[in-house]
Design a protein around this ligand. Structure first.
Ligand SMILES: C[S@@+](CC[C@H](N)C(=O)[O-])C[C@H]1O[C@@H](n2cnc3c(N)ncnc32)[C@H](O)[C@@H]1O
Length: 226
């Protein structure tokens, strides 16, 4: 009953207010991060980065792990990578995967400006080509944080490739768990929605993980290996 009432009281206008409120109260950033995406867009990169309130969430959650090694799928201009790197331990490393050289080149400059370049390695290529190599090179259970933010329809495959790398106490984070600019979780016939639903259910039903969703922006899945 309560759930039904809450849904009935939710309007598009209220939802927009909630999103803006979250950014206003929880979206403070330093001068570099606040200008990063504007510069990225001026350089021809698409405006599809996470927002600052989501970035802070990634940083906080990363800091609850041992923070030794993180993998990000989908670098873009390095915005989320900088938030993630800031949540890791002092010597913690981030491997971030990016298909487009233009995005990777821009991100590399941003990592240098943010003084985190010595802890971040950009792997260039398609995630489905890069991840199998990482799965061979890295020890199972050696990754403390995974953040998925690339091709939504590939998330179930990313999960299959990356799951065994996640340490006990490590976390999987995934953006767009509830939608994007082009589809939402209630569009039940949309192929991207179908893939995301499959991914959400794979993580939710994994006996070694506990997971839930934070309905911030496009929804962030948070799972932890128990
Ligand atoms: C949503 S953006 C990532 C945003 C970034 N995580 C942030 O919030 O700052 C997705 C990125 O994934 C990249 N991408 C697209 N297809 C890819 C693939 N198959 N493998 C790896 N990266 C891919 C895109 O070029 C784009 O830069």
């Amino acid at each position: 009953m309560l759930g039904k009432l809450l849904v009935m009281n939710m309007t598009a206008q209220r939802w927009r207010y909630i999103q803006e409120y979250s950014k206003e109260v929880f979206g403070q950033e330093d001068a570099h991060l606040s200008g990063l995406m504007q510069e990225a867009i001026a350089n021809g990169l698409p405006s599809i980065a996470i927002t600052a309130d989501v970035g802070r969430l990634l940083m906080i959650l990363a800091s609850t792990t041992r923070g030794r090694l993180a993998i990000e799928v989908g670098t873009l201009g390095g915005y989320s990578g900088i938030w993630l790197a800031r949540g890791l331990a002092n010597a913690g490393r981030l491997i971030t995967i990016e298909l487009e050289d233009k995005h990777a080149d821009f991100a590399q400059r941003q990592f240098e400006l943010a003084s985190v370049a010595n802890r971040i390695e950009i792997k260039r290529g398609a995630a489905l080509d890069v991840l199998p190599h990482l799965a061979e090179e890295l020890e199972p259970g050696s990754v403390d944080v995974v953040f998925l933010d690339a091709v939504k329809s590939e998330y179930p495959q990313y999960w299959t490739l990356i799951r065994n790398l996640i340490a006990k106490g490590g976390i999987i984070l995934a953006d767009n768990a509830l939608g994007s600019d082009t589809w939402h979780i209630d569009d039940e016939s949309d192929p991207q929605r179908i893939a995301m639903d499959k991914f959400n259910r794979l993580v939710a039903s994994d006996p070694e993980f506990e997971a839930s969703i934070i309905p911030l922006r496009n929804g962030v899945l948070v799972g932890r290996r128990m």
